[in-house]
Design a protein around this ligand. Structure first.
Ligand SMILES: Nc1ncnc2c1ncn2[C@@H]1O[C@H](COP(=O)(O)OP(=O)(O)OP(=O)(O)O)[C@@H](O)[C@H]1O
Length: 265
């Protein structure tokens, strides 16, 4: 299949989840992200790669307005979720973040029980009407996060007592308990050992059948393993965006080539 046909298929209205156009971010006078255009598609894992400080996390945080929480950050441009402008003043960022969930680099369970960590989002968003329904959501979320079998007999134990890899899967369960449409993951495996990393990577592949997944990673091997689309950032610019296989085997921009061959970064 040639690239043009891929492009036509990929941008069909059903596949498009997030459409970002001319996104710029300034932190005070520093121009951290420069005119970025990206399409995030349903059923895909999209990896953001690039050297430290190139703007990957800054752009990721634009997608659920987490930059709103950073006083110095000013975001311009347009980002649509299902065709709706997420920066429209009518949009409630808390509701938006239930639809566009996020998992951070360091597992950060709340100082609550395993059950309450997962139940928190459905409770504050009023998504369940009874205790039985809440129990179902918690179990389903822990199952989707591949953690249920390890914790089902100790749901009242503190989430912080789990291993690092289990804590990260708990955070994934917490993020998916509100039935998000997009899951943003900022270096989700960087604090994990190789076994826990493999478990989370396997999970990411399963999750993409339910949500669009976006992952920031420093590991090119991980990007190649888990993603279908890759965006390469450099000095605040989106240099190249395309099929992961093409980016890693036949990059079009010399800067991408230098990065994947280890010459920059
Ligand atoms: N809260 C902030 N205040 C001021 N500047 C920031 C802030 N967060 C990021 N920056 C700056 O914006 C630029 C992009 O940072 P960002 O964290 O998005 O890069 P990154 O590609 O995710 O880096 P890394 O791979 O090291 O996490 C950097 O120059 C960084 O110093």
């Amino acid at each position: 299949m040639n690239d043009m046909r891929f492009t036509e298929r990929d941008v069909s209205a059903n596949d498009m989840k997030i459409r970002a156009r001319d996104v710029n971010v300034h932190y005070g006078t520093s121009h951290a992200l420069k005119g970025v255009d990206v399409d995030i598609l349903n059923g895909n894992v999209t990896a953001f790669i690039g050297p430290s400080g190139c703007g990957k996390s800054t752009f990721l945080r634009c997608l659920n307005r987490m930059n709103d929480t950073i006083a110095a950050a000013k975001v311009t441009g347009r980002i649509e979720l299902d065709g709706e402008d997420i920066y429209d003043p009518k949009v409630d960022p808390v509701q938006l973040r239930a639809k566009v969930g996020m998992v951070f680099q360091k597992p950060n369970p709340f100082p609550k029980s395993i059950f309450d960590n997962v139940a928190y989002g459905p409770k504050i968003h009023g998504l369940t009407r009874s205790r039985a329904e809440l129990d179902e959501v918690v179990e389903a979320s822990l199952r989707k996060a591949a953690l249920w079998n390890e914790v089902k007999d100790r749901l009242t134990a503190p989430g912080t007592g789990l291993s690092g890899g289990q804590q990260q899967r708990l955070c994934i369960a917490r993020a998916i308990a509100t039935s998000p449409e997009v899951l943003l993951m900022d270096e989700p495996c960087s604090a994990l050992d190789p076994i826990a990393t493999a478990q989370v990577e396997e999970l990411i592949d399963e999750l993409r059948s339910q949500f669009a997944v976006v992952i920031v990673t420093h590991s090119m091997q991980q990007a190649a393993r888990v993603s279908q689309k890759t965006a390469f950032f450099h000095l605040g610019n989106l240099v190249e965006f395309g099929e992961t296989n093409q980016i890693f085997t036949n990059p079009r921009d010399p800067r991408t080539e230098s990065y994947i061959s280890g010459k920059i970064g």
